[in-house]
Design a protein around this ligand. Structure first.
Ligand code: CA
Length: 225
């Protein structure tokens, strides 16, 4: 899952980025409104966190342009002061949630998880695939309630596949949703992660299929339609 964080307070941005990366999200930081607007226009983000007070065009204008492009990406607004006018305007322009500064990191992380769940076809705190359960809150994976050790990136790859259970996920989609601008992406990066996950999951009877020329697939399991 890839997040755009538009925040010009670079100390705050850096702290938020670190916390989110630790939870296996890919994060790009924009420190001004134009950059945030250009980045969001790429259409690769699963969530945007927009500070209202940005240099150049402000966070509200970035949001207005985003919704004018008919993008449904969930948006969490950050406000410097909890002013009613800003909140109302943000919600009217299509923000999904807001948080006023100063806030505690766990609260921001909880709101991020809630918004990402809302945007997913499985609005539950965990994703299930046979005996496999991916907990989106504690960011861990279990098989028959036994924890499976995965790196942050392996977790993120598996999350994308389980969110789209029954559908093919292309490598391009994975690269777009797993890496930020500063990340080095080797040509076989995705294959390597899928290979590592398979080594851990195949003994448990969980299969990731390769669909040649298209991507990867986890078949639907259980009594779901
Ligand atoms: Ca600001």
């Amino acid at each position: 899952m890839r997040i755009l964080l538009a925040e010009d307070d670079l100390i705050l941005a850096d702290a938020l980025c670190r916390a989110l990366v630790q939870s296996a999200y890919a994060v790009d930081i924009a420190d001004n409104g134009e950059q945030a607007d250009r980045s969001l226009a790429l259409g690769i983000y699963d969530l945007a966190i927009l500070d209202i007070g940005l240099p150049g065009i402000d966070g509200l204008e970035v949001l207005r342009r985003l919704r004018a492009r008919k993008s449904a990406v969930p948006v969490l607004m950050l406000t410097a002061f909890d002013t009613l006018a800003d909140r109302v305007r943000g919600l009217d322009l299509g923000a999904d949630d807001y948080l006023s500064k100063p806030f505690d990191l766990p609260e921001l992380e909880a709101r991020v998880r809630a918004l990402l769940r809302r945007g997913s076809p499985h609005p539950a705190p965990s994703l299930q695939h046979g005996g496999l359960r991916l907990d989106t809150v504690d960011r861990r994976v279990y098989h028959d309630n036994q924890p499976i050790e995965l790196s942050a990136r392996e977790f993120a790859v598996l999350e994308l596949l389980m969110m789209r259970e029954g559908r093919v996920v292309s490598k391009e989609h994975m690269v777009n949703h797993l890496y930020g601008w500063g990340d080095e992406v080797g040509p076989n990066a995705i294959e390597v992660y899928v290979h590592r996950i398979r080594k851990k999951l195949e003994p448990l009877g969980c299969e990731i299929r390769t669909v040649r020329g298209m991507g990867y697939l986890m078949e639907r399991k259980g009594g779901k339609p």
